[in-house]
Design a protein around this ligand. Structure first.
Ligand code: SAM
Length: 289
């Protein structure tokens, strides 16, 4: 069996298959022996779980998942990795590898077809170039996941776990917190990868909420308010929301006043509850207009 955390063994495996890393596909493989077992263990994955892995690479995390989960489905876009995966993890009977782009995969369908009644989660070392679209897909499309554990750039993780209303938070922070309860599990040094990326990483776990934390009357409009607020975060809320939403400054000003805000307030300082109250108020006023 290959030791996928031994750099010399990994190099010889890759050379044997004539494989070169693709920077464009975010190929940085884990070579630190503690990370994958910790990721799976701290996620609470056991035999009851079905797991979707995004981007198995040469199978270092896949192997740990197969050892502990009931069933694993790994989605890998790079077909050059398939023969390597065949060699490293092909012996696991509870593994299915799908050669596809995760962003073009219907996960709801995949879960129904592959996992039946099992509780399902995602556990992955994500290709960083698609972190936000993948996470938003997993959360917004509500495919029926219990939790999502992912390794992402540390800076991205820090932004996600900052409270909505703090300087570090952004529109994605609000969205992630709306659909899930995110927490950081641990940081990972850039030296834990082959090849080493430029920045450090973190593993975060997002427990999917069964109900949203705030009562938005219109979810779509709530997210338009959040996006407009953070899209032009240096402007006052009156200006950013009016131009972002295409609603008159009079309506926005009146809604801000009704919700108890100063006219000069900046939307980036608002909490989730405040965003929600404001979006409900703007909606009512713009409908009455
Ligand atoms: N899981 C391995 C590990 O931890 O060492 C590899 C992680 S590497 C950061 C990301 C992997 O995602 C690569 O194998 C890459 O080919 C794959 N990948 C990149 N874009 C993808 C996409 N759109 N859909 C599925 N897999 C993708």
């Amino acid at each position: 069996m290959y030791n996928l955390t031994d750099s010399a063994a990994v190099r010889s495996l890759l050379t044997k298959h004539g494989f070169n890393f693709s920077k464009g596909l975010g190929q940085n493989f884990i070579i630190d022996p503690e990370i994958c077992p910790d990721m799976v263990e701290m996620s609470g994955i056991n035999r009851e779980y079905g797991v979707i892995e995004i981007g198995p690479g040469i199978g270092v995390l896949t192997r740990e998942l197969c050892l502990r989960a009931g069933k694993v489905v790994s989605i890998e876009i790079d077909k050059r990795l398939l023969p390597i995966l065949g060699e490293t993890v092909g012996g696991f009977e509870n593994l299915k590898i799908i050669n596809a782009d995760v962003l073009k995969t219907d996960l709801k369908r995949l879960i129904a077809d592959e996992f039946g009644d099992m509780p399902v989660c995602v556990c992955a070392n994500l290709p960083y170039y698609i972190t936000s679209p993948v996470i938003m897909d997993l959360l917004e499309k509500k495919p029926g996941l219990k939790f999502v554990t992912v390794m992402v750039q540390k800076e991205w993780a820090d932004r996600i776990i900052s409270p909505v209303g703090s300087r570090e938070a952004g529109a994605v922070t609000a969205a992630v917190n709306y659909y899930s309860e995110p927490k950081k599990l641990f940081n990972v040094s850039k030296n834990s990868f082959m090849p080493a990326p430029k920045v450090d990483s973190s593993v975060i776990k997002m427990d999917i909420r069964s109900a949203p934390p705030v009562g938005a009357e219109d979810e779509k409009f709530f997210f338009s308010v959040v996006k407009s607020a953070f899209g032009q975060r240096r402007k006052t809320a009156v200006n950013s929301l009016s131009s972002g939403l295409g609603i008159s400054k009079e309506i926005i000003s009146a809604a801000l006043a009704e919700c108890g805000f100063e006219p000069t307030v900046r939307a980036e300082t608002m909490t989730m509850e405040q965003f929600c109250g404001l979006s409900n108020c703007i909606l009512r006023k713009s409908r009455a207009d």
